[in-house]
Ligand binder design. Structure first.
Ligand SMILES: Nc1ncnc2c1ncn2[C@@H]1O[C@H](COP(=O)(O)OP(=O)(O)OP(=O)(O)O)[C@@H](O)[C@H]1O
Ligand SMILES: Nc1ccn([C@@H]2O[C@H](COP(=O)(O)O)[C@@H](O)[C@H]2O)c(=O)n1
Length: 203
């Protein structure tokens, strides 16, 4: 068993029996999919993005501001929590890189994405509905697009600098592009995967 990030490699004791990780860029719907999987499997759901947002709030910063200045210790703090949760508790964890942090300790590694335009529309709609906390607000769709593009770029600059990892897809068990999919269609597809992979956990 191993993590794909050097910092977390070495032997870890894993007491959890069922861990699913969902990675993807902003607005891909990782939170939505992770909640669905957690509900289906009857386990808890965590978001490393929430850990990061918590640190930003404590420092009175937006996620974008923290993303620009976060040092390695900040990412290590977030990702250690991901590792600890995944090793000790049956759960689903979603964020940018939980599948890389947990590596082969994760029993199912999913990468979810959608076109930038579609992701920006989702984020913009969420913002209009007041759903996104301590995030910079944007006036137009073009601004949201540019902001989430920059955020994803900043994230990957840090992961590359701090962890030496690249944004490749070879580590995933399942890749889903949901640009043209409704939430229901996506859930139907993932339910079939869960039935094959974890038949005993599903009623
Ligand atoms: N397949 C889909 N089709 C259309 N809309 C979707 C789909 N999946 C999620 N959404 C919607 O997109 C919005 C963002 O979803 P969610 O919060 O799950 O994304 P996220 O990837 O966790 O975002 P972030 O990482 O930026 O917090 C929500 O309003 C959600 O209902
Ligand atoms: N290892 C990390 C470090 C940071 N994040 C970030 O959290 C931010 C907010 O995430 P959302 O999913 O709620 O948008 C995100 O921009 C990342 O910088 C992380 O997920 N994992």
């Amino acid at each position: 068993m191993e993590s794909f990030i050097e910092e977390f490699q070495g032997d870890h004791e894993k007491t959890s029996e069922l861990v699913v990780t969902v990675d993807g860029p902003s607005g891909a719907g990782t939170g939505t999919l992770a909640s669905f999987i957690a509900e289906e499997l009857g386990i808890n759901c965590y978001s490393a993005g929430d850990f990061f947002r918590g640190i930003a709030a404590d420092r009175d910063m937006t996620v974008e501001e923290l993303g620009k200045v976060a040092d390695k210790q900040t990412d290590l703090k977030v990702d250690r929590r991901t590792l600890e949760k995944g090793l000790s508790e049956n759960c689903v964890i979603e964020a940018r890189i939980p599948s890389r942090v947990l590596g082969t300790y994760s029993d199912l590694r999913i990468y979810l994405t959608a076109d930038l335009e579609e992701r920006a529309k989702r984020v913009s709609k969420d913002q209009e509905e007041g759903k996104r906390e301590n995030e910079e607000k944007s006036e137009s769709l073009e601004e949201v697009k540019e902001r989430i593009r920059k955020r994803d770029e900043e994230n990957w600059r840090r992961y590359k600098d701090y962890y030496g990892i690249e944004n490749t897809k070879d580590i995933y068990d399942v890749l889903i592009d949901n640009t043209e999919m409704t939430i229901d269609e996506q859930q139907e597809q993932v339910r079939k995967i869960l039935e094959r992979k974890f038949p005993e956990q599903l009623e």
